[in-house]
Design a protein around this ligand. Structure first.
Ligand SMILES: *[C@@H]1O[C@H](CO)[C@@H](O)[C@H](O)[C@H]1NC(C)=O
Ligand SMILES: *[C@@H]1O[C@H](CO)[C@@H](O)[C@H](O)[C@H]1NC(C)=O
Ligand SMILES: *[C@@H]1O[C@H](CO)[C@@H](O)[C@H](O)[C@H]1NC(C)=O
Length: 265
């Protein structure tokens, strides 16, 4: 009996661990919408580009937010390019006003764009320059202007997340080139196919099965649930981190369920 209780306890622990390891420590969407600033455009774009989820998956982060007026600089850009520019406003470290103020002259910081694999040279880094009475951010690409000035702290949770408002977006012009889709290769036409080749029988059933509507719930006890590792991710930078996180959860959950099943057997 004692053994059974012990293993039930272990199972319960594993299950809780699995569930709680997926709980995010903060929600950038909520932080921005709860703040008094005009961040709705910037906030919507973080959601549309999938960056909000990337940001939430980090445990130490600084977000440089801009108000609606400044965010309009992104109007008309492609979603890919918007994502690149916006990910340049996410620093992979914690910086509040005090920590920035302690920088001696200038420092280079790494952004989420650097982990996208798209950055060339210094494109994924920012230059933070501190002068008397001003803290300015700009691209670390030599010769870039440093004109995104720190306006205020929007929200800080020490060493976890800092959301700072800056005066303008940091948009190095040559980022546009690095994110354009690669030129498509020559048409992949099989040299063997003759123009008179008979078309495939129209009645042949499609190989893809009708998509099932079963939701991929994390708490479902189904054991043959495949982790959605092969679902088309948006090629996001943080995808490996997210995958690592969720596969750990799935592993823990499976372990928990297994030991629960074993203890009940
Ligand atoms: C984050 O907050 C927004 C707005 O409050 C909400 O719609 C969204 O579901 C939250 N996301 C998570 C992962 O909790
Ligand atoms: C940041 O930019 C300033 C002005 O261009 C430059 O003098 C400084 O060396 C740069 N700092 C770093 C760390 O690149
Ligand atoms: C990027 O594109 C612009 C024009 O769109 C061009 O002037 C510039 O030379 C390009 N830069 C690189 C690094 O290819």
């Amino acid at each position: 009996m004692a053994l059974l209780n012990f293993s039930s306890l272990v199972a319960l622990c594993f299950t809780f661990l699995a569930l709680f390891s997926r709980v995010v420590a903060f929600n950038i969407t909520k932080i921005l919408s709860d703040s008094s600033g005009d961040f709705s455009t910037f906030n919507d774009l973080l959601t549309q580009t999938g960056l909000a989820g990337d940001i939430n998956s980090h445990s130490t982060i600084t977000v440089l937010a801009v108000d609606n007026g400044a965010a309009s600089a992104l109007n008309g850009k492609s979603k890919d390019l918007m994502k690149s520019y916006l990910s340049l406003h996410v620093i992979l470290d914690y910086f509040d006003k005090k920590k920035l103020g302690s920088i001696k002259k200038s420092q280079e910081v790494t952004t989420l764009f650097q982990s996208s694999g798209k950055a060339k040279g210094k494109q994924g880094y920012l230059n933070v320059t501190v002068t008397s009475g001003n803290i300015a951010f700009g691209s670390a690409i030599p010769g870039s202007s440093l004109d995104a000035n720190l306006e205020k702290e929007v929200k800080t949770q020490p060493y976890v997340i800092s959301v700072l408002q800056v005066s303008s977006l940091i948009m190095p012009p040559d980022l546009a080139n690095s994110t354009s889709p690669p030129p498509s290769k020559a048409p992949h036409k099989s040299p063997q196919s003759s123009p008179s080749a008979a078309p495939e029988p129209a009645g042949s059933p499609s190989k893809s099965p009708p998509s099932k509507k079963s939701p991929p719930s994390a708490d479902g006890p189904s054991s043959n649930d495949q982790p959605a590792a092969d679902s088309p991710s948006e090629g996001s930078a943080a995808a490996p981190a997210i995958h690592a996180k969720s596969s750990t959860s799935i592993l823990l959950l499976s372990l928990g369920l297994l030991s629960l099943a074993w203890s009940l057997a």
